[in-house]
Design a protein. Sequence first.
Length: 551
Amino acid sequence: MRRAAIHMDRVVSYRGAYVWNYLPDLSVTWGEMEARRTMCWVQPPGTPSMGHSMLDAYHATGEEVFLRAAERTGLALVEAQLPVGGWNYIHDFAGEDSLRDWYATIGANGWRLEEFQHYYGNATFDDAGTSTAAQLILRLYLERRDPRFERSLHKAIDFVLAAQFAGGAADGGWPQRFPAYAGSVSRMPWPRARPPWLPKDAQHGMEDGDYTHHVTFNDDVLGENIKFLIMCVSALGRRDLVAPVRRAMECLRRMQQPAPQAGWGLQHLSRAQGGRPAGAPAGARSYEPRALATHTTQTNVQQLFHYFRLTGDRAFLERVPEALDWLETCRLTDEQIAENPLLAGHTHPTFVELGTNRAKFTHRFGSNIRNGSYYYDHDHHDTLSHYSSGRSVDVDGMRATHAELAAMSDAEVAALRARSPLTPGVSAPLPRYYSVRDIQLSDLLRDSPFDLPPVSDAQAADLVAQLGTRDYWLTPLEAVTNPYRGPGSTEPYDGRAYMSRNVGDLRDTSPYDPQKPPEEPPYEPRDRPLGISTSAYASNMAKLIAYVDGH
């Protein structure tokens, strides 16, 4: 563990910060897209995830080398923190001009990565970047009340509070990005030249304009922000944060749509717009139509279970059966699953049309961002590979959990409230580990069991053997990219080679699996390169942390 951590900290990291993947000689590095050596990725499994892993290793071993590495990573995040108090997806230590140039070249030509096609200069709650970074800063401050992290921590808390919507239907929710940027994109290009086979009923986003100021449930933004604020209530005694937490919980409950379609969308209007009321489901990115989202509904139902456990308020359980009943009505059909391999193993469509309750499927035409576009319709064939049109939703499991919680006696509910950090006078220490498994809201209850995964002697020995004499683990990298060669051609492309692939033509800078490239020359399948992966590192270290803790 010590050898691997030192190598990651002193050789792989850039000033303590990380991206996602590296060739062993560090000649090419990637976050969600190709990254420059001077850049760091705040999105998990990037810089904050590595910091949590290092701090967890310190908690398991007591060895200062891990704490020093975690602190170095935390200080990199302090430097990457925006003046407003949150974090962008990425940061470039080479400066603003370098970052803008990256956005204008590599970012602008990543067809499927719309978050990186334009530089807004504001912070994001998407992909848990800001919340994960803030949680690490909090943990590092608490370790020794280190003043190097104190100002950053309070800036992060103030940012989360400032970004929270106040008043109206959106009260308590959060937007995807903050503060609002006047130049945010409100419409993606819809090329004049479209393939002759394009369905006549094809619809093109973005139906509700700039989605970054809508209330967002994408990637469990509310859950992650609530988690951070409750951590601050517990660890800092910040009782003033209980009210914002309760407002966020009520926002999620309020945004549930009426029966019979009693679900949630990825985004909801924060204010009335286009004749539609605040709180109505809204479109997001150009491949995220105005619709209800089955996976988001599952996540939100599970959040309601956590809210009940933390508050003892039975109101959070009242409308769960309506959501589950709706999910029963919109399952994928056997025909849809049989005719589209990309839907195999899934139970539900990702998106369900408002009113009709029909599944909506996302597609694209063209070969790059300049001659192509995303669209959606009701055809379940040729869907996207990088954004699944199918989801696995455990309706039966949620029904069982709801029944269990609803059957609790008043005394049992009172016992839950007595363990909640939201209850005045209750002290609830933070979990010891954050990288070994996902931290759920219910883990923040006092005396909540925190079971570590069992790791055998043989498994631990195998991880040590895989490390060998290199001091780092090598793993096949599942994503590579085309180097930036300039903007793609606007010449129309009527083929279908790129419809269900993660990348377009050679001018597309989106990551893709080298074993499954488009079936279009000069692409051809090739082996995944061996490299250093922060995700694999954190996973391997989590097993060793659990092993050491158990011995």
